[in-house]
Design a protein around this ligand. Sequence first.
Ligand SMILES: Nc1nc2c(c(=O)[nH]1)N[C@H]1C(S)=C(S)[C@@H](COP(=O)(O)O)O[C@H]1N2
Ligand SMILES: [Mo]
Length: 198
Amino acid sequence: MTEGRLPPGQYLPRGWPVLHYGPVPKFKPDTWDFRVFGAVREREWSWTWGEFSALPTTEVRADFHCVTKFSLLDNEWRGVSTAALVEAVPPTPDVTHVMIWAEYGYSANMTLSDFTAADTVLATHHGGEPLAPEHGFPVRLVCPRLYAWKGPKWARGIEYLTADRRGFWEERGYHNIGDPWLEQRYSYQEAPGDGPVV
Ligand SMILES: Nc1nc2c(c(=O)[nH]1)N[C@H]1C(S)=C(S)[C@@H](COP(=O)(O)O)O[C@H]1N2
Ligand SMILES: [Mo]
């Protein structure tokens, strides 16, 4: 049943579309790292691929909503819990937002509370299989409560922010928050306080 599951304006496509800006990066396990930096309480951290892929994982079943209007229901994601990551590398108490960074400088910002929500995950698997290269292998962020552009594929790090800053699409006309249930698609829809001035 999809009753009540589709946010306004969304439809169910056939299959899983591939959507991103730029080329699919080549995974280089020897030099790959995942960094946590910015306003850290003690010190910045980074994991090699060997270390990151050995972290405990969690499963999340969630819907996925792209601002171009396709939605995918009941995705089974598995990966590293963002809440556990923030516990492992605590931010300073004044951190309010994070920037998720990916290959080629793609980025997306969100509140620390959206980032540490129980259904937000640094996914390495979908439907029990490792992510396909075009869907973000080896790791992508998934934050089901926000439009999918907020989930960088090929993620490489998290920056802790003490003030909000716009990411890649948020600087290019998309809404700073991006709640699909409120249809927060474009920056012109923002109310005062929804985000830093474009
Ligand atoms: N690195 C990176 N991640 C990205 C994007 C991108 O351009 N670059 N596009 C986003 C957008 S707009 C969507 S809808 C989803 C699409 O994910 P999919 O290709 O796995 O369906 O990836 C998101 N993550
Ligand atoms: Mo999207």
